[in-house]
Ligand binder design. Structure first.
Ligand SMILES: [Zn+2]
Length: 228
């Protein structure tokens, strides 16, 4: 079930406060229109009744796809640090596991910090791709192009929809400006090879990307930081 609550929200432009209904969780199997709202950047968007400004409220949202038995927590890191979010997340997961009826397959659980990451992951899962394999490929691309694609400045986003049977398309996003730049093409054949490795020896991949936040940039930045 999708859940929404009423929150007092202040307009960032004119400071007018109004009560608005915002979603805490969306069940996209039951309510696919909410997925459309998310894709079109209309979910949890508010129109100020005083000055007419439209703005999105970034708050935690739980994305639930029951058909694929996955939960994705979108936890914007604007209010608190990623470390705090991860701590809270572990507690919430323990609660979830103990609340599940016996003999139920526990859902896969993922964490994302931005809407862009949520949408990318949603498409990866719907395409039946493995997110750890995708991040492993991003890891390789960053590592092989340190000058052109430094993980501290550039983000790779897999564009599932425009990828073809032969090629995966990655968009390069500038972290600071959020602008999308060049498109990288990557042979799908190599993806299949990495996927085979993953299926044979997933431990290595899980060790590199333990989750719940599976992200090549985060791993590279952390490694870079500890090497200094
Ligand atoms: Zn306003």
């Amino acid at each position: 079930m999708s859940l929404a609550k009423t929150y007092p929200i202040r307009c960032p432009k004119c400071d007018h406060t109004q009560n608005v209904k915002l979603y805490d969780s969306i069940n996209v199997a039951q309510e696919p229109t909410l997925k459309t709202e998310l894709l079109e950047n209309r979910l949890n968007r508010v129109q100020c009744e005083s000055c007419d400004t439209s703005f999105r409220v970034d708050k935690p949202v739980l994305y639930h796809d029951a058909d694929r038995n996955i939960l994705i927590h979108w936890m914007p890191d604007t209010a608190c640090s990623r470390e705090e979010i991860l701590d809270e997340f572990d507690d919430a997961m323990d609660e979830l596991r103990s609340a599940l009826p016996e003999n139920t397959e526990p859902p896969r659980v993922r964490l994302v910090f931005t809407r862009v990451e949520l949408i990318e992951l949603m498409f990866i899962i719907e395409a039946g791709m493995e997110e750890r394999v995708v991040e492993h490929i991003k890891y390789t691309i960053h590592t092989q192009n340190p000058a052109r694609l430094p993980p501290s400045k550039k983000r790779l986003l897999l564009n599932v929809q425009d990828s073809t049977a032969d090629e995966l398309l990655f968009a390069v996003q500038d972290i600071e400006t959020s602008e999308l730049g060049e498109i990288l093409r990557y042979p799908r054949e190599v993806y299949r090879g990495v996927q085979k490795m993953y299926r044979k020896n997933s431990d290595e991949f899980v060790e590199l990307f333990p989750g719940p936040y599976i992200n090549a940039r985060a791993v590279l930045i952390e490694d870079g930081g500890s090497a200094e």
